[in-house]
Design a protein around this ligand. Structure first.
Ligand SMILES: C[S@@+](CC[C@H](N)C(=O)[O-])C[C@H]1O[C@@H](n2cnc3c(N)ncnc32)[C@H](O)[C@@H]1O
Length: 193
């Protein structure tokens, strides 16, 4: 699939979806780790529930996605809520963030391994990374059908092993009951402390 078709598919999904989506558990469970100020990026933000939470927390918030529909819906919601969010329609694989540009980067439900080194580079000293996405061990029928877009066990720890880890949780199919964090891995890590 060429990049244009892929963005078109996401435009359709964002057109059909209701609301802004839900903020990521990695953020909801670790709000106490957010800095009081600084420049934050919600990467591949979709309709921007996480960006809205970051902006409400007082951070200078940027939100990027290659879906123009998602970004238009986020702009509209941010305006309604009197929140300032700097949005961009941007292919984050072709154009990842520049080195040393953010105090916080949040990624939820987006996995493109080729840009992980750029994300690490994009963090400023002491900058925080919040990352959450699906693992391969499956409890619930949700998330990507392709294994390549799901994490291997402990993979976030390997991908961000050079950072200081503050929080890690991985719920595969180990628990007896599926929960709201079933099939997810989450990490909060910083570039030094
Ligand atoms: C599963 S959604 C997650 C959205 C949001 N982060 C959330 O948690 O609700 C994946 C998002 O990645 C975006 N996306 C996929 N490939 C992209 C790329 N190369 N550049 C920018 N955004 C991309 C899609 O448009 C979609 O909004």
């Amino acid at each position: 699939m060429n990049p244009g078709d892929f963005a078109g598919k996401w435009n359709q999904r964002h057109q059909d979806a209701e609301g802004q989506g839900s903020a990521a558990q990695v953020l909801l469970r670790n709000r106490h780790l957010l800095p009081r100020a600084g420049k934050a990026l919600d990467l591949a933000c979709g309709r921007g529930a996480n960006a809205m939470l970051l902006a409400r927390s007082g951070l200078e918030t940027h939100a990027w996605d290659f879906s123009s529909v998602a970004i238009a819906r986020l702009d509209e919601e941010a305006a309604k809520n009197d929140l300032r969010i700097e949005t961009q329609v941007r292919d984050v694989v072709a154009q990842p963030p520049a080195a040393n540009s953010f105090d916080l980067i949040l990624v939820s439900y987006f996995l493109e391994r080729s840009i992980i080194p750029a994300l690490i580079q994009a963090l400023r000293p002491k900058g925080l990374l919040f990352y959450q996405t699906f693992v391969r061990a499956v409890h619930l029928e949700r998330g990507p059908s392709t294994d390549a877009w799901r994490l291997e066990s402990n993979e976030l720890l390997r991908l961000f092993g050079d950072l200081q880890v503050h929080y890690y949780r991985e719920d595969g199919s180990i628990s007896a009951e599926p929960t709201d964090v079933a099939d997810l891995a989450m990490i909060v890590a910083s570039k030094g402390v």
